[in-house]
Design a protein around this ligand. Structure first.
Ligand code: BYC
Length: 474
């Protein structure tokens, strides 16, 4: 079914035939718009932005680009097409037809998963709300705004599920999603990384590379869900997520490219000189990478988690690539490697695979993250510079699970509190690093102009030239 744009809330779920739901969502819509006005991208509301809007839920339905004022963006409810034959692929209900409604016994857990997923979406918009004021180009500004409107739509996706399937509780949760605030002391967002600041564009590119990739993996695990509406909505969200990770990977790549260019031009690797020349030295990029990677891998939860086991056994959340595994998809007797500290060093032990599903998803995520870092290293190598970015050990700087609180170096050594205190400044972005990066952030908003610290993209959006007017201010 194609998307109905004629409705107040664009949708492909035949909203018009469910008056109660339609009224509930039409009641929530102005609350959402108020939240967008208060917490969405600062100073953006009157600009015309060259945005991509989905016109159908098929991959080809993505090619529609036009100027849109963001408060008029057609946020709506779009589910991937249903597969009437779909069956549950894992857990105690394996082989049964997928559920079109919420089974009573799984209601609380399902609601919790949907609320946790939903909470990250407005959180990221709040984290990024000031970045438009310091955009390095109109191209980047447009990408930021595209990411922001789509995160807003992902919130709609979760709110639809809450309001359609969870009655009064769902309506209350939908309201609470607009009330929590990223970083707020009294009413913070649910997961740690979504309460951190995204204060500058290097942080934004790292966030969209690393943290949006957590989104990819969590959504892929939810796309396996036995609760079919959740599986279908997350599948459609994944199409939007791919662009966000591209913004991150190409963004960091362009920062590295520009730094290497200046390093080669001036034949120097001295961070102080490079900073004076207005680019971000590679060790600072490494420290940002260490921060964003470690904070993001915490998002997968504790290494051993009875919640994760329950979510799987009850058919709510599968593994990444569930159907590609040749095992029994029950995992009752299987084991999975997890890290433990024994006699002062890290050792690999074993935990029941069912309980280690957070760890498994984290490991899948790490493999995917490392691949992109390899592509960044290729840019450095091509410039002939002997420097390699590395992904820190997964036990480094953890705040969630049994590794939290341990002092582990990026290379995986357990270190003393004294060594940690001494070396932390070499491992994680410092206040000085952040102040320096902040000092580079000035608004560049003329078509075709790019800030000095980042190279122009090799490919702009929708085959437009780099000097296209991606955002028009009114
Ligand atoms: N911060 O049993 P455990 C995205 C809590 S990103 C704070 O291991 P479980 C996006 C946990 O709640 C994808 N607290 O947890 C990206 C539990 O609390 P209680 C988001 C945390 O249940 C960029 C306790 O610690 N999607 O889409 O297995 C831009 C024990 O933990 C954290 C999802 O996360 C943390 N990091 O949770 C925009 C998918 N981790 O019960 C968007 C839905 C754990 O003791 N969520 N805790 O009070 C889930 O599937 C699961 O809830 C988790 C793991 C993956 C978060």
């Amino acid at each position: 079914m194609n998307i109905t744009y004629a409705d107040k809330i664009p949708n492909n779920v035949d909203l018009g035939s469910d008056r109660v739901l339609q009224r509930a969502l039409e009641h929530w819509q102005p609350e959402f718009l108020k939240w967008w006005t208060d917490m969405g991208p600062e100073g953006s509301h009157t600009a015309d932005v060259y945005l991509r809007t989905a016109v159908s839920v098929h991959p080809s339905g993505w090619a529609h680009f036009d100027y849109v004022k963001m408060p008029d963006y057609r946020w709506g409810i779009f589910l991937s097409p249903a597969d009437g034959e779909r069956r549950i692929n894992f857990g105690d209900h394996k082989g049964e037809p997928v559920w079109q409604d919420v089974p009573g016994e799984h209601r609380a857990n399902l609601r919790r998963i949907i609320v946790t997923q939903g909470d990250t979406e407005p959180a990221s918009v709040e984290q990024q709300r000031h970045l438009g004021l310091t955009c390095p180009s109109l191209y980047d500004l447009r990408n930021l705004f595209q990411v922001n409107v789509e995160e807003g739509r992902h919130l709609w996706a979760m709110v639809y599920l809450l309001q359609r399937y969870f009655g009064r509780d769902g309506r209350e949760e939908a309201e609470a999603l607009l009330q929590r605030r990223s970083g707020d002391q009294d009413n913070p967002r649910i997961l740690g990384a979504f309460n951190e600041k995204t204060p500058d564009w290097l942080a934004f590119f790292m966030f969209t590379y690393f943290t949006d990739r957590d989104g990819k993996f969590q959504l892929l695990a939810l796309a396996e869900s036995g609760f079919d509406p959740l599986a279908r909505t997350t599948r459609f969200m994944l199409m939007e997520e791919a662009h966000h990770m591209y913004v991150g990977e190409s963004g960091v790549g362009r920062v590295i490219h520009r730094t290497c260019e200046v390093m080669a031009q001036h034949k120097t690797d001295d961070p102080a000189r490079l900073r004076a020349l207005g680019v971000i030295d590679l060790p600072t990029i490494q420290r940002y990478l260490n921060f964003h990677f470690s904070v993001t891998i915490d998002l997968f939860g504790a290494d051993v988690s009875s919640n994760a086991a329950t979510f799987y056994s009850s058919g709510l959340k599968g593994r990444y690539g569930e159907t590609t595994f040749g095992d029994d998809h029950l995992l009752r007797d299987a084991l999975y490697p997890v890290l433990q500290v024994i006699d002062g060093h890290l050792e690999t032990g074993e935990a029941p695979a069912l309980n280690a599903l957070n760890e498994k998803l984290r490991d899948d995520y790490i493999k995917d993250s490392v691949a992109g870092v390899g592509r960044w290293n290729r840019i450095i190598r091509k410039s002939g510079i002997p420097f390699e970015l590395t992904v820190p050990h997964k036990a480094f700087n953890r705040k969630i699970g049994p590794l939290a609180g341990l002092k582990i170096a990026p290379d995986g050594r357990v270190v003393s509190a004294a060594e940690w205190a001494l070396k932390q400044r070499e491992w994680l972005a410092t206040d000085e690093d952040r102040a320096f990066v902040a000092s580079l952030m000035g608004r560049v908003a003329a078509p075709g102009a790019y800030a000095n610290w980042v190279s122009p993209p090799t490919l702009a959006i929708n085959k437009q030239p780099n000097d296209f007017e991606f955002v028009r201010f009114n």
